[in-house]
Design a protein around this ligand. Structure first.
Ligand code: SAH
Length: 220
C-alpha cells in the first residue's frame, strides 16, 4: 500500500468511528461495509481529499453522493441479512451500491442518468463488486425483473412512496425512502410488508435529498 492509500484507510476508520459508531450506528455489517469501500474512488477526483467529510458531495449531472451517516442510518433501519436481495433507486456514484454489495447477496440499482449509469458500472466492475447490477431506467417503477426484494432503499426524495415499489417488496421486506412535499425537504419513511395486502409505515428523521424524478415521483 502506498502512503496515499494508507492515509485514506485511516480517514475511513476515523469516519466510521466518529461519524457512524460515534452517533449510534451499531449494525456491524453496516460498519464493516463502510470500513472496506473506498469512498475516495466514488467522488470526483478533485474532491478526493474531502471524501470522508461529514457531508454530501457533488457528483456529475447535478446529483450528490449522500452524507455517510445518512446512508449508514438508512441501511441500519433496513436490518439487512446476508442472504437477501436488495433494490436501490438512484445509483449515483455507485457508493451505496458498493456498500450494499458487502452486506447482502444480491444488489440491483436503478439510475435514470445514462452518464451516471456508465460511470457507476465501470467503477463497480473495476473494484470487483460483482454482485451489483446497475440498470438504466425510471426507478420509481422499481425493477420488476428481479422482484420481490427483501429491502428497497431510495436515495432520492419523492412526494410519496411509489406503489410500484411497495408491490415489489417481499413479504417481510423493508423499504426506506425520503418523502416530502418539497424538493430537498423530506422525512425518512420506513415501510414493512406484513403480508400480501398489509404494510406498516413509520416516519423517522428529516433529511435533504435530491428529487426523485419519474412516473411515480416528481415530474422532470
Ligand atoms: N446512492 C447514490 C446517491 C444518489 S443521489 C450514491 O451513493 O452516490 C440520487 C440519485 O437518484 C441521482 O443520481 C439521480 O439521478 C437518481 N434518480 C432520481 N430519480 C430517479 C429515478 N426515478 N430513477 C432512478 N434514479 C433516479
Amino acid at each position: 500500500m502506498d502512503d496515499e492509500a494508507t492515509t485514506y484507510a485511516e480517514m475511513r476508520e476515523e469516519m466510521v468511528a466518529r461519524q457512524l459508531a460515534g452517533r449510534g450506528i451499531t449494525d456491524t455489517a453496516v460498519l464493516q461495509a463502510f470500513l472496506t469501500v473506498p469512498r475516495e474512488l466514488f467522488v470526483p477526483r478533485d474532491l478526493r481529499r474531502n471524501a470522508y467529510d461529514d457531508t454530501p458531495l457533488p457528483i456529475p449531472d447535478k446529483q450528490t453522493i449522500s452524507q455517510p451517516y445518512v446512508v449508514a442510518y438508512m441501511l441500519s433501519l433496513l436490518h439487512l441479512q446476508q442472504a437477501e436481495r436488495v433494490l436501490e433507486i438512484g445509483t449515483g456514484s455507485g457508493y451505496a451500491a458498493a456498500l450494499l454489495s458487502q452486506i447482502v447477496a444480491e444488489v440491483h440499482s436503478v439510475e435514470r442518468h445514462t452518464a451516471l449509469v456508465n460511470y457507476a458500472r465501470k467503477r463497480l466492475q473495476y473494484l470487483g463488486y460483482a454482485n451489483v447490477h446497475v440498470h438504466h431506467g425510471d426507478g420509481t417503477l422499481g425493477w420488476a425483473e428481479h422482484a420481490p426484494y427483501n429491502g428497497i432503499i431510495v436515495a432520492a426524495g419523492g412526494p410519496a412512496v411509489p406503489p410500484s415499489l411497495k408491490a415489489q417488496l417481499a413479504v417481510g421486506g423493508r423499504l426506506i425512502m425520503p418523502v416530502g412535499r418539497k424538493h430537498r425537504e423530506q422525512w425518512l419513511v420506513y415501510v414493512e410488508r406484513r403480508d400480501e395486502t398489509t404494510f406498516s409505515e413509520q416516519t423517522y428523521s428529516p433529511v435533504a435529498f435530491v428529487p426523485l424524478v419519474g412516473a411515480e415521483g416528481w415530474q422532470s
